[in-house]
Design a protein around this ligand. Structure first.
Ligand code: G3P
Ligand code: CA
Length: 237
């Protein structure tokens, strides 16, 4: 059962910062999940929202701000005063600091806003061992492209809740290039997990925030869970 710390141990520390990633590792996470976007001057940065307002003391869109400006913002105080001074990290800083300490589930967030981000991500990733790296996105075209550019890195497709579920045709199409299909936990059933496995893929649903979800997903026989609370997953394995 893979234990994947969602934006780090983001239930306990400000998401996508050193504080949350360090704590995720301390709590036994196998992988760190985080979100990659790009600054105005072309630097890949790790932040979830497409603007900086919720998680920093700044304002505006990530893509309109230079990296030097983004990296000066306080990305900790919004969560709690004890985290004042936590910073937005660059993708390169995260690779450098955590490679070899945990696997990485790297989400390209809204990649259609950032033409060429797949190529740029591949160029940075290619300097590191790829066996414990996965690149994922909600945007399937971007992931097909990522697979073409860097076939050695595993690909994940994220799937939001859909009232009608996922068709067999869509599952087959995704299995042509992806190793993981990572759905919202609301989409998960044992039948879906079996179909994913039958197509040779794995599934690590998101986002687990309580023990009821842990025990439900365990029963569904998923391969791992993307969680704000990595300690909850350790309790069941
Ligand atoms: O990795 C799954 C999860 O991160 C996808 O949703 O909005 O938290 O990036 P979000
Ligand atoms: Ca994410």
């Amino acid at each position: 059962m893979l234990n994947i710390a969602h934006r780090g141990a983001s239930g306990y520390a400000p998401e996508n910062t050193k504080a949350s990633f360090d704590l995720g590792i301390k709590m036994g996470a196998d992988y760190l999940e985080f979100d990659v976007q790009r600054s105005r001057d072309g630097v890949l940065v790790v932040i979830h929202d497409t603007n900086v307002e919720r998680t920093t003391d700044g304002s505006g869109e990530v893509r309109d701000r230079k990296a030097a400006e983004l990296l000066k913002l306080d990305a900790g105080s919004w969560f709690s005063p004890e985290f004042k001074g936590e910073r937005i990290l660059t993708f390169s800083q995260v690779l450098d600091r955590y490679n070899g300490k945990a696997g990485m589930l790297i989400e390209l967030k809204s990649p259609s806003l950032y033409p060429g981000i797949e190529q740029q991500t591949a160029a940075e990733l290619a300097k590191y061992p790829l066996a414990d790296k996965v690149v994922q996105s909600f945007e399937q075209e971007s992931m097909k492209n990522m697979h073409r550019i860097l076939p050695d890195v595993k690909i994940g497709v994220l799937m939001k809740f859909r009232p009608l579920g996922i068709s067999s045709a869509m599952l087959r199409d995704i299995s042509e290039y992806a190793h993981f299909l990572n759905p919202s936990k609301k989409l998960v059933s044992r039948a879906l997990v079996q179909k994913i496995h039958a197509l040779g893929m794995k599934t690590t649903p998101y986002t687990v925030r309580n023990r009821e979800a842990v025990s439900f997903l365990k029963k569904m026989e998923v391969d791992g869970m993307i969680t704000d609370y990595p300690d909850y997953i350790n309790e069941i394995r």
